[in-house]
Design a binder for this molecule. Structure first.
Ligand code: ATP
Length: 373
């Protein structure tokens, strides 16, 4: 079984509606209850900042600092993490009127937020993700890339380097600067990064599919079949080096077309994640709202299990407003699944009674207008 990772102390300063708040935790799951707008999701968001990226709301840093606060926000967490005990501190600082992110690990400044993944893996499911299967493909790509990132921390760097290279190519093309050697250099880089991204996505999906196959339990949450489409769809099994060559050639041939379109028309930035409800054998977007929610929960739980298997450490799970959507039976099944997973799960709701069946397995925290008790 995977080892547990957990937060045992959390301190927030000028974070959203928290002026100053602190929370001591004992490693059990954490249930946050309180009225609408009291700060439950904000607290989850603070925990999500203990992983790379912009947190579960994909927020702009300047929005995160408490309205009226003079100099950014800070989050401090003392954790029992993948590298043992550690102190993680992050926040924003205003520099020349712009908010910049700061990170300290065990008191020392750290340059790359990727280093957080040496200590914790944080996964989440929020109501904002409810429309994942019916909404824009960019949302599904982002979801997919977060799944990859938590088992392959290099994925984020690859994706941002690819984006940067693509932007410079788009710029050269839109300026009409068809400098062949310059473009070839950029396209070579895009091919190497883009194929590495596509293969990392495929590998994660293959691992996830194997796990879903093994852990099939149609009684609680449906199984999901995953497929990627939109980029090199017919190339399954080809060697990475051949794929790179093909993508590089494709980019070279598409310069005129891309210049006319004002963007790069082919690449991993155009992939879409297709999800099917396995038991019903139906596309996720055609399933009912409740079925889609159950499918998504099943997917996130399977992924959490994959992270635990791959890293040997059960991740921290943030499940915002999850209990409200589930009937009593499914709720109990969810609590059992997260227990078996072995990590620390944070859950929110307006009412404690929905979490009664967790009993002693959880710590209950009341949130009231930015105050915790
Ligand atoms: N930067 C900020 N400064 C001060 N307050 C903020 C800031 N950002 C958001 N808030 C406030 O934080 C409050 C709490 O938001 P949060 O989403 O955490 O509520 P919640 O308890 O999850 O509510 P619900 O049950 O409705 O989902 C909101 O009233 C919001 O206006």
């Amino acid at each position: 079984m995977a080892e547990k990772t957990f937060i045992n102390r959390l301190q927030l300063t000028d974070f959203r509606n928290y002026a100053a708040a602190s929370l001591r935790l004992d490693g059990r799951h954490v249930v946050l209850t309180g009225r609408n707008g009291s700060g439950k999701t904000n607290l989850m968001e603070a925990v999500s900042f203990l992983s790379p990226g912009r947190g579960l709301r994909r927020a702009v840093l300047s929005d995160v600092a408490r309205a009226g606060a003079e100099n950014g926000f800070s989050i401090f967490a003392s954790v029992e993490g993948m590298a043992g005990e550690a102190d993680l501190g992050t926040g924003s600082e205003i520099q020349e009127e712009t908010a910049v992110r700061r990170l300290r690990i065990n008191g020392s400044p750290v340059r790359s937020v990727d280093e957080l993944t040496d200590h914790l893996r944080v996964l989440w499911l929020t109501p904002a993700m409810d429309g994942l299967f019916t909404g824009a493909s960019s949302e599904r790509r982002r979801f997919l890339d977060r799944l990859v990132l938590s088992i392959d921390p290099q994925h984020g760097r690859r994706a941002s380097d690819f984006e940067r290279a693509m932007r410079s190519r788009n710029k050269l093309l839109s300026d009409g600067r068809f400098d062949a050697s310059w473009l070839s250099g950029i396209e070579q880089q895009m091919a190497a990064l883009g194929i590495a991204m596509a293969l990392a996505r495929q590998e994660m999906m293959r691992l996830l599919a194997t796990l879903i196959e093994q852990r099939r339990d149609p009684g609680s949450f449906p199984g999901a079949d995953l497929m990627l489409s939109g980029f090199l769809d017919d190339e399954a099994g080809a060697a990475a080096i051949d794929l790179e060559d093909r993508y590089r050639d494709l980019l070279a041939q598409s310069r005129g077309r891309d210049a006319a379109a004002g963007r790069t028309l082919e690449g991993p930035h155009r992939s879409d994640l297709l999800v099917r409800h396995r038991e019903k054998d139906m596309e996720a977007e055609r399933c009912s709202t409740g079925e889609q929610k159950a499918l998504l929960i099943g997917l996130v739980l399977a992924h959490a299990e994959l992270v635990a298997t791959m890293t040997g450490f059960a991740p921290i799970l943030l499940l915002d407003e999850i209990a409200a959507h589930l009937d009593q039976g499914r709720r109990a099944a969810l609590f059992d699944r997260i227990d078996v997973l072995g990590g620390q799960a944070f859950m929110t709701g307006t009412d404690t009674h929905m979490f009664e069946s967790l009993g002693e397995r959880a710590q209950f925290v009341t949130v009231d207008d930015g105050q915790l008790s």
